[in-house]
Ligand binder design. Structure first.
Ligand SMILES: [Fe+2]
Ligand SMILES: [Fe+2]
Length: 295
């Protein structure tokens, strides 16, 4: 029997430490963000936590790794090459897929940096240009990447897919419908949010597409917590899984850094998928936190 395909999922590394911004770069929404970083966030997003998590992930040897956004903090131009170097340390673009989060498009001035620097990490197989949605096939998986990253006013962390991307997603799913693929949708924002200023603004349109066409699994970041939501597909409900920030120390309602491993294999006409949650304990050791049979 074929061994299960393993997909690792981590998110929101908010790569620490933050390079010092130039004064001109702070004349924007970033001023508030920088204040927040120097006052609070630098205490909770730690390089040693991220490094411990990634070292453990490497020993697990997953077949593919998905990183669902917020690689940077203030989308400073200097942050992108640092984030790129970090991502290369996890794996090459063949083995890693990365999508942007709202922090990677924090301000308009650098909102196209992610697509330029990380094009190889989300580009569709055999495509010459890199755009969203993208489709990459790995083993039995179809990895469908979306971008919800758009610049927003201060204090807003909303995301938006936009009509063009939603229509392209619908066409992409229609095109895949005859194939026996395990479709994984990567998206930074969660499918549902109780926060008006953190939500995906066109979530209802996305949910309508999912109800019609389905996917097997949705992976997201943004909330920095362990999360499992179920959304409606055409025949069965779809698990939508979120993870804590990959660099976080536990603080407030936010747990310490963790990642998920999904072991996926075909059984009969369907799939078997087991989720293993691995994360940091109080001594920054990575331990198994949970194990769930999703399907
Ligand atoms: Fe984040
Ligand atoms: Fe986010």
């Amino acid at each position: 029997m074929m061994a299960a395909f393993t997909l690792a999922h981590l998110s929101d590394p908010h790569l620490p430490p933050l390079p010092a911004p130039r004064l001109a770069e702070l004349a924007s929404k970033r001023a508030l963000g920088y204040l927040n970083w120097t006052r609070n966030r630098h205490k909770y997003h730690r390089r040693e936590a991220l490094d411990a998590l990634v070292a453990d992930l490497k020993t697990q040897g997953p077949d593919h790794i998905a990183v669902t956004g917020d690689l940077t903090n203030l989308a400073l131009r200097e942050e992108f090459p640092l984030a790129a170097r970090w991502l290369q340390g996890i794996g090459n673009a063949e083995r890693v897929t990365a999508i942007p989060g709202n922090h990677d498009a924090y301000v308009r001035a650098t909102s196209d940096c992610f697509a330029q620097v990380f094009a190889d990490y989300f580009r569709s197989d055999s495509a010459s240009d890199a755009k969203f949605p993208s489709l990459r096939r790995r083993g039995p998986l179809a990895l469908i990447s979306l971008s919800t990253a758009v610049p927003t006013p201060p204090l807003f962390a909303t995301g938006t897919l936009g009509r063009a991307q939603l229509e392209a997603l619908q066409a992409l799913l229609e095109g895949l419908s005859a194939e026996p693929l395990f479709r994984v949708m990567l998206v930074h924002h969660p499918m549902r949010s109780t926060s008006r200023i953190k939500r995906l603004t066109d979530a209802s349109e996305l949910l309508a597409i999912l109800r019609r066409h389905g996917v097997e699994l949705i992976l997201h970041g943004h909330d920095h917590i362990h999360s499992t939501m179920w959304v409606d597909g055409p025949e069965r409900r779809i698990p939508s899984i979120g993870v804590p920030s990959a660099s976080a120390l536990a603080h407030g309602r936010h747990p310490a850094a963790a990642y998920n491993l999904f072991a996926i294999e075909p059984v009969g006409n369907g799939w078997r998928c087991e989720q293993v949650v691995r994360g940091l304990d109080a001594k920054l050791r990575v331990i198994e936190l949970n194990r769930v049979r999703l399907m």
